[in-house]
Design a protein around this ligand. Structure first.
Ligand SMILES: [Zn+2]
Length: 320
């Protein structure tokens, strides 16, 4: 076969694969596996959907510990020393007549984060129409949790009567002058976080349903404020027919089981965030419920065990 013909055929093949990438029903070029994982909590349907991954410096994991100690932990975990890929897990919950989106991923605000912001495409691939979402719950208003709602065209495709549940402390924090004095973030992040949160408040203010302490969004779906990571940070507790699962947002990172007292760079009140983490992990270990968290490796469904003074991460079995 002539070289020219061969390269033309290869090109055609590539084009066909690119066509698949734009077909929401099929995995495309960068979709070697469908990035979604379904499970049930009693009568409640739960779908974990990946928004992609976010590359961040290793010191984000524990900025209050010695670099050598952090480096040793990363090596023990077979993780690279410098840049880590943080998962971005979003959850869709169906309970009663409600379809609830818990967090919305990074969105497209930052073109230099090309491996994040895939939620809309992946919801489509999972057969979830944005117009079917009745409620959004935001664990907090950092851009990797609310940015997906700011992607071009998303607001228009969401229902006009959509309700967005977020703690009143959170809207107040970002609506004012948020305190960044205790965080440890890469340059540019504090500005970007403020800009995104303010834009979100502007665009969605009429749909916001702020709650004080907790709110039952649907039968067995309770959002509860914890504070710590941000003043209005919240977790979502699912309970049905004796089954329980908690979506912990940013209360728990991978390192948090073994080192719950390591400060994450994105925590606005690190001492309080550590206290929240320890209380939550203790509770989850005691009642043996499942845990899903934003930045645990996809699909992140796991259990928590007590291990001496700290905790142990127990990944859940593949059930399908
Ligand atoms: Zn986050």
């Amino acid at each position: 076969m002539g070289t020219m013909l061969k390269s033309t055929l290869t090109q055609e093949k590539t084009n066909r694969r690119l066509d698949n990438a734009s077909d929401p029903g099929r995995p495309g070029l960068d979709e070697l596996v469908p990035s979604r994982y379904a499970l049930r909590v009693g009568e409640i349907d739960v779908l974990v959907v990946s928004d992609g991954v976010l590359s961040l410096p290793g010191d984000m994991l524990g900025h209050n510990v010695d670099a050598a100690v952090r480096g040793a932990w990363l090596e023990d975990m077979f993780l690279p020393p410098d840049v880590l890929e943080w998962a971005l897990n979003v959850v869709v919950v169906r309970s009663g007549d409600r379809t609830i989106l818990i967090d919305a991923g990074m969105g497209m605000e930052f073109p230099d984060l090309p491996r994040a912001g895939k939620l809309v495409k992946r919801l489509q691939a999972a057969g979830i129409d944005l117009a079917s979402v009745t409620d959004v719950v935001l664990t907090h208003m950092h851009m990797d949790h609310c940015g997906g709602l700011l992607v071009d065209g998303v607001r228009e495709r969401l229902r006009p009567d959509l309700r967005i549940h977020v703690a009143a402390f959170e809207t107040k924090f970002w609506g004012g002058r948020p305190d960044f004095s205790r965080v440890h973030m890469p340059p540019g992040f504090p500005d970007a976080l403020q800009r995104t949160a303010k834009r979100f408040l502007n665009e969605y203010h009429s749909q916001l349903r702020p709650f004080d302490k907790e709110y039952e969004v649907a039968p067995g779906v309770l959002v509860r404020r914890t504070g710590g990571h941000t003043p209005g940070h919240s977790v979502v507790r699912l309970a049905s027919g004796g089954d329980r699962l908690t979506f912990a947002g940013d209360a728990v990172f991978q390192v948090g089981f073994e080192h719950p007292d390591w400060y994450n760079g994105f925590e606005h009140d690190p001492e309080e965030a550590a206290r929240v983490r320890v209380d939550l992990l203790r509770e989850l270990a005691a009642n043996r419920e499942s845990l899903v968290a934003t930045h645990l490796s996809f699909p992140s469904v796991c259990h928590v065990a007590v291990d001496g003074d700290v905790f142990r991460w127990v990944p859940g079995p593949w059930e399908y």
